[in-house]
Ligand binder design. Structure first.
Ligand code: PFF
Length: 459
């Protein structure tokens, strides 16, 4: 990113790919399916898509336009708009710092599942207890996390993100083709009288039966947190990306592309995982699995495919690791670039310190499944360990808070026109002006405040 800053993006496709590389990652493939399963499938999906077209679009537009208009990273951009709002910059810095720690822990899980397919342990990994036994062991998750973190830190340390992005041009389409293929295979599965088609119905048809106000609010909160996480918004990162985009670029067209791509991958990941979980574990499996859902469901699918499943399993987890890497590199890069900007210290020195900080945080997250194991119930009803708490604080508390502050700043202080002008500076018309203005001024501040109160357990 630091290299990019000098010259900016040379083409809008370069920018779209980099932003999509940051957006598409574990959030789409690991996080979305388990939240959709927990939120009852179809209802979660419907709410997510509506939120994506309104909030997602508004906040992604806001972040990118703030970046391009000020030409600054998130740490300084808010102060450029208004001196009094400078404090939002440092606040956006905290979110990636929290996310980086547990992102590396999950990245380590992905690496572990790659090894499973190379060591002939694929049938074992299909056992429902395999995942739990792995994460509750001491050495394995920490070693894998450290390998994953070292790769991320090495890329940032060397400043070679551009190389990784080039690679992701090949990996991304490959990953999507594989996901589609697995989805098709999933549809053929049946077990104990349960068919994948019934699982598909659970995933795409909203079910309002037994829906209470509290449950609805929980789904809304989970879907909003997921949207922020998945699009990498309300955490400063897209502001920094925006500052690299050329003034000639048709920003609103790029925004639509990033959004469609990110939501599309999440939708497909759900289609691959949810019907399979239903087939093997029934509705109870959908509700009870939590963050381990993908790691339990996919080995079961691959195991059904015989020898082909071993090869596909290996390729699939390698591709997921690449998608995750482009995201974790973007998270770490934001942190490193901000500290470099502030302190003037070298990239190598800062990368090392951030790497050590992330390693300490991630070790604590890993130990949350053994040494520091406890169970608390979060206001969203989930049983939580350290990883879930870190996830909840960043996605359900801090991101809504930053979204409220950003939308009040833009809606009422700088005024929506400030963003609209920026989108039209390239000579292209911003067609969703009305929608943008209404959401940024009224809907976002009100809804986000309600959700923040809900996240804090007020009601
Ligand atoms: N959006 C990424 C994903 O869906 O996996 C995760 C992510 C990237 C979160 C960058 C935060 C961030 F700064």
């Amino acid at each position: 990113m630091q290299q990019l800053k000098k010259g900016g993006f040379t083409s809008s496709i370069g920018f779209i790919l980099s932003a999509a590389g940051s957006a598409v990652g574990l959030g789409n493939i690991w996080r979305f399916p388990y939240l959709a399963a927990k939120g009852g499938g179809g209802l979660f999906l419907l709410i997510y898509i509506i939120l994506s077209l309104t909030f997602g679009f508004t906040l992604l537009t806001t972040d990118l336009a703030i970046g391009r208009r000020t030409g600054k990273s998130s740490l300084q951009a808010f102060g450029e708009i208004s001196k009094k709002w400078k404090f939002v910059g440092p606040l956006t810095f905290i979110v990636p710092a929290i996310i980086l720690t547990y992102y590396c822990a999950i990245g380590g899980w992905v690496l572990k599942y790659i090894t499973v397919y190379f060591t002939g342990a694929s049938a074992e990994a299909a056992h429902p207890d395999y995942f739990g036994n792995f994460i509750s062991s001491y050495a394995g998750p920490i070693v894998m996390m450290l390998i994953y973190l070292s790769i991320t830190a090495f890329i940032v340390y060397k400043g070679v993100e551009k190389g990784v992005e080039k690679f992701s041009k090949i990996v991304m389409p490959g990953l999507i083709i594989m996901i589609v293929g697995i989805c098709i295979f999933t549809m053929t599965l049946s077990h104990d009288g349960r068919s994948a088609i019934d699982g598909l119905k659970i995933y795409i048809v909203p079910n309002f039966e037994g829906l209470t106000f509290k449950k609805f609010m929980t789904i809304l909160l989970d879907a909003t947190g997921q949207l922020f996480y998945s699009l990498s918004i309300a955490m400063g990162i897209m502001i920094t990306y925006g500052s690299y985009v050329s003034k000639q670029d048709n920003l609103s067209k790029s925004i639509t592309r990033i959004e469609v791509f990110d939501t599309g991958v999440a939708f497909l990941a759900g289609l691959m995982v949810i019907p399979a979980v239903y087939v093997f574990n029934g509705t109870e499996g959908l509700e009870a699995n939590g963050p381990g859902l993908m790691f339990k469901a996919l080995p079961q699918i691959f195991n059904q495919m015989g020898v082909v499943g071993i090869i596909l399993g290996a390729i699939f987890f390698i591709m997921v690791a690449f998608a995750a890497l482009t995201s974790s590199v973007s998270i770490m890069e934001t942190i490193v670039a901000s500290i470099m900007e502030k302190t003037g210290k070298s990239r190598k020195q800062v990368s090392l310190w951030v790497g050590i900080f992330a390693a300490i945080g991630a070790v604590i997250v890993c130990l949350g499944y053994n040494l520091f194991m406890f169970n608390i119930t979060l206001p969203n009803g989930a049983q939580a360990q350290i990883l879930d708490i870190a996830d909840y604080v960043s996605n359900s508390v801090l991101m809504p808070l930053i979204a409220i502050l950003t939308s009040v700043l833009i809606g009422w202080v700088a005024k929506p026109k400030w963003i609209i002008e920026e989108l039209e500076v390239s000579g292209h018309k911003f067609k969703k002006k009305m929608l943008y203005t209404v959401v940024v001024k009224y809907v976002a501040p009100v809804m986000m405040t309600i959700l923040l109160l809900q996240a804090l357990g007020v009601f």
